[in-house]
Design a protein around this ligand. Sequence first.
Ligand code: PSU
Ligand code: MN
Length: 306
Amino acid sequence: MSYKDYLSITPEIEEAIKEGKPIVALESTILSHGMPYPENVEFAHKVEEIVRAEGAIPATTAIIGGKLKVGLNSEELEIMCKAEGVGKVSRRDVAVFLATGQTGATTVATTMLIASLAGIRIFATGGIGGVHRGAQETMDISADLQELAHTPVCVVGAGCKSILDIGLTLEYLETMGVPVLGYQTEDFPAFYCRKSGFKVDYKLNDANEAARILKTKWDLGLEGGFLIGNPIPEEYALDYDEMEKVIVKALDMAKKEGIRGKATTPFLLAHIKDLTNGVAFASNVQLALNNAKIASQIAVELSKLK
Ligand code: PSU
Ligand code: MN
């Protein structure tokens, strides 16, 4: 058997891949473990609509019934959003979930992996995982960063949440040779906030320039992906200091409850939502939709270059 026997791609996406049409991969961990039900159902459909409105085809990924699914129908989206018995699948979990037939939501790392196996190069998400605060002791570094180092997919996200050590996350990406680009900004965004206090390597002027840079790296045969930091639209941005207080509180709770490993990120996300009465959630939705829009524009430009 080859990896192709594990892929289950919808006919629409299959045809789009063959014809080199623009496609944007979307993850399912953001649905199952990052957003509440049933609001996540609305989001899951809305994000796909936005991709289509920009002239690209959405490809939400998940592991269902022993297959790497590329493109989900409404029932499958519902399953991922309800999240009953749905695990969180990072790279190390993929084979286990496939072989044992468990349903799994794909993280940034796994969505990149599946996208790359299917031949999809652009992926939109909320924010990536990274080096956690205190990683000097816990060694908690998301597998997303290694995936960016090795897998040829461009991730468009609003940077990362400051539940992470953003400075160390950027150092790690530099060491691994991952280009970190800002979409029409010089600042690396901090998810809810347009600025993190850290700069990106390069400011991208537009989607066409982004596509030319991607093509060049991959033409050269350079291994790995890209991180494009796309800041949250001004009108939805939250106050940095206010969010910092919330995040510190959530980190404190995680420490007290002894949360470790793959449970850490979902725990922090859930508590941030509770501590902000959903205000942060509304911003989360808006930034993710905006990432899908820009990712689609880059996918359209990339398909023109090929
Ligand atoms: N950060 C967010 N929202 C998310 C995630 C991270 O602000 O939904 C999810 C993504 O799927 C990401 C994963 O790939 O969490 C990272 O988990 P970990 O830190 O366990 O690698
Ligand atoms: Mn971790």
